[in-house]
Design a protein around this ligand. Structure first.
Ligand code: FAD
Length: 513
């Protein structure tokens, strides 16, 4: 099961990890029936909000009006048209209500919104791009959300092989514009994922073994830091910020522009899935464990086991994208063909951009789910056995374990070259469970199952986790440990660019001051 398919079935994290709702006092301050976005000249009522460190503060209506006047974009309050849509993220388990939302159209708006959050006692601040954060990091209760969705543009220079992408853009636009010139950069596998979140956290995808993670293909970024400055960062300018943004997530500010290197790529790639019944699980996973680390960089080979609900048949198999020469495909598939005739084989030549959007989720908020992840250096017999023997199905939930192949060009970058340290991993392992959102299913039961299965059988074989799929349970110490030897430098960068920890809704690097 490919990661995107897998994520579709577990498309939301734990509903049970509930968060406080908007306080009643906030309701009193914002009268019902207050409808429109805050218009220039209009003074809305005062709004109750919280700061990053949890203190309640009142934001004065005239300050909100002043913010609205200063933006090209819009300011939304509870009850404003568009507020109910803007506050949502992909994961339906998160039903949070920011005190106000600034919908920004450019870097100037972002600067004003950041100034506003900092100037109002350091409001709890969420930054939303594609809204895919599984842990709901891009929304909040009673804080401020900067919604980057009106800030979307991609420009390609085919001669220089560069793409300039604004901070609110989605992956699909980059793939589409770049491939128009026979070019591509490594990005994730679902086209409506945000560039802002995916790229600052790392960026795995179908081309990453060939060209590196998304962060490895950044030439420069522009960032609005906590003090409201707009800084350019590259290998020669604000190098520490450039280093931190590549793997340190949104810890240092709002990235308003990304400059990517592009690579020539044939529009036609060979992609699809090869499926077997569950009885072939051990054999196929053992083959995968042995072969994947030696496979050529041109192949992205993911293995998964899926146990669907309602007694449907469990399947195992490979999701494959091969971007090399067609004549080299069979060699690249290696020993997989030794498994004999599969129950399904959809491998064929396809348009790369279509492959990249084939897994898009039409109704992502219909599914709730729970996800764990961890990096794996070797798939040992001790890891194979519980996956093929002990993983249990359930009539109401889908359950699965999935390996995303790492290695190749990802592993040829030094762990200290960017803030992303897990360069030694050959795989990223995901374990998840999904159920119909709002149905009769007991989320606690499903979450409890995966949590204990993962903790007992899988976690001992992992070395850290992917911050972009950060487990809900991760506490500060886990996050700090996960940055490995890069933590000290990350703290220094944080101290320099965000000493008050304004940007804390992420895999947070705590400033030491
Ligand atoms: P958001 O929820 O908008 O933001 C997530 C975090 O990023 C927040 O902390 C936010 O503050 C920060 N952020 C967002 N924009 C900016 C910005 N411009 N500047 C600074 N900080 C910012 N990951 C992969 O590597 N490869 C995949 O193929 C992949 N597939 C996925 C498929 C699905 C269906 C889902 C749900 C997730 C997938 N992921 C994948 C994980 C994905 O990388 C993370 O969920 C990522 O955070 C999504 O980015 P976003 O902008 O959509 O998220």
């Amino acid at each position: 099961m490919e990661r995107r398919t897998f994520l579709r079935s577990v498309a939301a994290a734990a509903a049970a990890v509930s968060t406080p709702r908007v306080g009643t006092l906030a309701g009193m301050l914002t009268p019902p029936g207050y409808r429109a976005a805050v218009h220039v000249g209009q003074v809305p009522p005062d709004v109750l909000a919280v700061t990053g460190d949890g203190r309640e503060v009142v934001i004065r209506g005239r300050d909100i009006a002043e913010l609205a006047r200063s933006l090209r974009g819009r300011v939304l309050l509870a009850g404003s048209e568009g507020y109910e849509t803007a506050r949502l993220v992909l994961n339906p388990s998160f039903d949070r209500h920011p005190a106000l939302i600034a919908q920004v159209t450019g870097a100037a708006d972002v600067r004003r919104a950041v100034d506003f959050a900092r100037g109002n006692h350091g409001l709890l601040l969420a930054v939303k791009c594609g809204g895919h954060s599984f842990s709901g990091a891009s929304t909040c209760d009673r804080g401020m959300m900067i919604d980057l969705s009106p800030f979307r543009a991609v420009q390609v220079d085919p001669t220089a092989r560069r793409a300039w992408v604004t901070g609110g853009s989605l992956l699909g636009a980059v793939d589409h514009e770049a491939m128009d010139h026979g070019l591509a950069t490594p990005l994730g596998t679902v086209s409506h994922t945000g560039v802002g979140g995916l790229v600052t956290g790392g960026g795995f995808g179908r081309l990453a073994r060939r060209f590196g993670l998304s962060i490895d293909n950044l030439e420069s970024v522009q960032v609005v830091t906590a003090d409201g400055r707009l800084l350019r960062a590259s290998a020669g300018e604000n190098e520490d910020l450039f280093w931190g943004v590549r793997g340190g997530g949104g810890n240092f500010g709002v990235v308003t522009a990304f400059e990517f290197r592009l690579h020539p790529l044939e529009r036609r790639v060979i992609a699809g899935r090869i499926r077997f019944p569950r009885s072939r699980a051990r054999e196929s996973l053992e083959l995968y464990a042995e072969y994947a680390p030696t496979a050529p960089d041109e192949i992205q080979l993911d293995w998964g086991i899926a146990l669907p609900p309602r007694g449907e048949e469990a399947v195992v198999g490979f999701d494959i994208c091969f971007s090399g020469r067609a004549s080299d495909l069979e060699r690249a598939l290696g020993p997989i063909r030794r498994l004999g005739t599969p129950m399904e084989d959809t491998l064929e030549e396809k348009d790369y951009v279509e492959v990249q959007r084939a897994g898009d989720i039409t109704d992502p908020r219909a599914q709730a789910g729970y996800l764990k992840n961890g990096f794996v250096t070797r798939i040992t017999p001790g890891l194979v056995t519980p996956i093929v023997e002990a993983l249990e199905g359930h009539p109401e939930r889908g359950t699965g374990v999935n390996f995303v192949q790492s290695g190749g060009a990802i592993g040829r970058v030094a762990p200290e070259a960017t803030a992303f340290p897990q360069r030694d991993a050959e795989f990223m392992m995901l374990g998840g469970t999904g159920w119909a959102h709002g149905g009769d299913a007991d989320p606690q039961e499903h979450i409890g199952y995966m949590r204990s299965f993962w903790g007992e059988h899988l976690e001992p074989h992992t070395h850290g986790f992917y911050t972009n799929d950060m487990p809900l349970e991760a506490v500060d110490a886990d996050v700090a440990r996960n940055y490995r030897d890069n933590l000290t430098r990350l703290v220094a960068v944080k101290n320099r660019y965000d000493p008050q920890n304004l940007f804390r809704l992420n895999a947070n690097v705590q400033p030491s001051g």
